[in-house]
Design a protein around this ligand. Sequence first.
Ligand code: GTP
Ligand code: MG
Length: 343
Amino acid sequence: MAVNENLRTPIVSVMGHVDHGKTTLLDKIRGSSVAEGEAGAITQHIGATEVPIENIVNKCGDPSLKDRFIVPGLLFIDTPGHHAFTSLRSRGGALADLAIVIVDINEGFMPQTIESLQILKRFKTPFVVVANKVDRIHGWEPNKNSSFLASYNKQSERVKSDLDNKLYEVIGELYNIGFNSERYDRVSDFQRNIGVIPISAATGEGIADVLIILLGLAQKFLEGNLHYDATAPGTGTVLEVKEEKGLGTTIDTILYDGTIRKGDIIVVGSLGDPIQTKIRALLKPRPLSEIKAEEKFQQISEVTAAVGVKISAPNLEGALAGAPVRVVSPETVDAITEQIKSE
Ligand code: GTP
Ligand code: MG
């Protein structure tokens, strides 16, 4: 295994217009596409899904891939409301290391598709475009969980040309906002061209292609950015503020640097003065469980970036989605509180 122990898991944001299939794509990745026959090996975190490299490589059916990839896996974030995402991005700086922009191939570009692309442009985040719902193209014969090309080659000439035309429109839209792109299998240099991957989140067609391209992007663009310092104090962003039975108000957090421990003092952004509180519990859902009931959560004593984790602590009622979370010490608490206040 070529995984480099010092590299953290890249954070991959899934973005795009309402109903274009972000959550369905993630369901497929953590469900039948990657987890089929390997249940339990996938860890699901709060508001995020961690897919270990082994699962990706096994799914793609080519053991030689193991030697090519150095990241331990991919941590996917489903972007909820677009507003929350924008604020996540600006607060966390480069919170997302990579992104997937998903567009319904039949509906084409919509306002949030364009907005997503503009955010990525601003932050210079490497990304792929996923043209979803190819199974809705009239006459499409689904080939469950197949690679896109294998399925495409089995379609009728009419279906192929229909898909080509729709894809051409997506490529044209991308060009209009300043991105050169090509169908992913025709891209030789991902630094110059964005790869567009036709998929169906419903049938699983093309999902393996998405995972492989993402690993390739991580390899090519991120190696220098993914070294982390496990001894650094934890730094993260609030994804969601949630009431949990028996725990009170908790914050679902993406930790993107350092380590966070039970008992740590943290400072969390709020509408008023930043909240200073002590971590009562750190919680993760059990692997492959639905994030629904609190008995599914596992208490852990510490966790290292990048990871999604639920934090339980007193006085979190005023915490704000998108706000920073920082572990502090008596020496750093004042400076960090001031810094969060002025953000
Ligand atoms: P928001 O979270 O509201 O922005 O939507 P979303 O992007 O997460 O979309 P979601 O995954 O909820 O999908 C919206 C609808 O499209 C659901 O009814 C899905 O079942 C359907 N859908 C998603 N992907 C596909 C696909 O590949 N093919 C078909 N036929 N339907 C799909
Ligand atoms: Mg969704």
